[in-house]
Design a protein around this ligand. Structure first.
Ligand SMILES: [Zn+2]
Length: 157
């Protein structure tokens, strides 16, 4: 049986062979343990020759900086192409609306009442108590609104 030399396996690992030759090497690899060992050695040698990233943090920062640069470039190109693009179509606008709505819901206590509702479902015994509390708040709110209307009417007079 004819075997391939270490130099030949290096060529194979470095992808320096023609497709037909590569296939011959691969066929031989399946049937020859001796050459498989040489091939694995060649792979290790090739891996050792690959450039080593000396400082991973610097490398990450470099990549992130390049991504940031790419993102900066894109909107400028869009402005040149579509100057009349409405602000309502921009993703930032929708993001701002979503953020504003979230803050609004949080401050007006909608999330809190959803949480309370969930608690009521879990504890039916508490439901009556909660309902009366809510009714009391609603009554107070209506009373407050009535008093406001009353004041407004006084002003109108
Ligand atoms: Zn062999």
């Amino acid at each position: 049986m004819m075997h391939y030399s270490e130099q030949e396996w290096m060529k194979y690992v470095k992808n320096e062979l023609d497709k037909d030759v590569r296939e011959e090497y691969e066929d031989h690899l399946y049937s020859c343990d001796q050459c498989l060992e040489v091939y694995l050695m060649a792979v290790e040698v090739e891996e050792a020759e690959l450039p080593v990233i000396s400082n991973e943090v610097d490398f990450t920062n470099l990549v992130m900086a390049q991504i940031a640069e790419t993102k900066k470039d894109k909107p400028q190109k869009q402005k040149i192409g579509k100057k009349k693009k409405s602000i309502y179509q921009s993703a930032f606008f929708h993001y701002s609306i979503a953020a504003a709505v979230t803050i609004l819901l949080m401050t007006t206590g909608v999330f809190q009442s959803i949480t309370q509702y969930a608690e009521n479902v879990q504890n039916p015994n508490l439901q009556e108590q909660r309902t009366s509390l809510t009714e009391g708040l609603v009554d107070k709110t209506f009373a407050w609104m009535d008093s406001l209307e009353g004041k407004k009417k006084e002003v109108d007079k």
